[in-house]
Design a protein around this ligand. Structure first.
Ligand code: SF4
Ligand code: SF4
Length: 79
């Protein structure tokens, strides 16, 4: 399981989530930030501080939001 950053992050990118993540698994991508799903420990700290409610738990994603988890997996796989 992991938390996932969705499209409300696009263009916001202030990065509040990065500074609270205890395992340092959030990084800035070209259009938005991404959470490394292999490292995230599901603590929820990032979701609590996001000003635009862009972060959801993986199991709460709608079918149309699942692409953001795939984008995150690709982002960290291709670094
Ligand atoms: S706090 Fe929310 S909007 Fe800001 S960078 Fe993180 S996910 Fe994006
Ligand atoms: S849920 Fe916790 S571990 Fe996962 S990305 Fe957010 S702050 Fe980091």
């Amino acid at each position: 399981m992991a938390f996932v950053i969705l499209d409300p992050c696009r263009g916001e990118k202030a990065g509040e989530c990065v500074s609270v993540c205890p395992v340092d698994c959030i990084e800035e991508g070209p259009d938005q930030f991404y959470i490394d799903p292999d490292v995230c420990i599901d603590c929820g700290a990032c979701k609590a501080v996001c000003p635009v409610s862009a972060i959801e738990e993986e199991y709460d994603l709608t079918p149309s939001q699942e692409k953001y988890l795939e984008e995150a997996e690709e982002f960290f796989a291709n670094r």
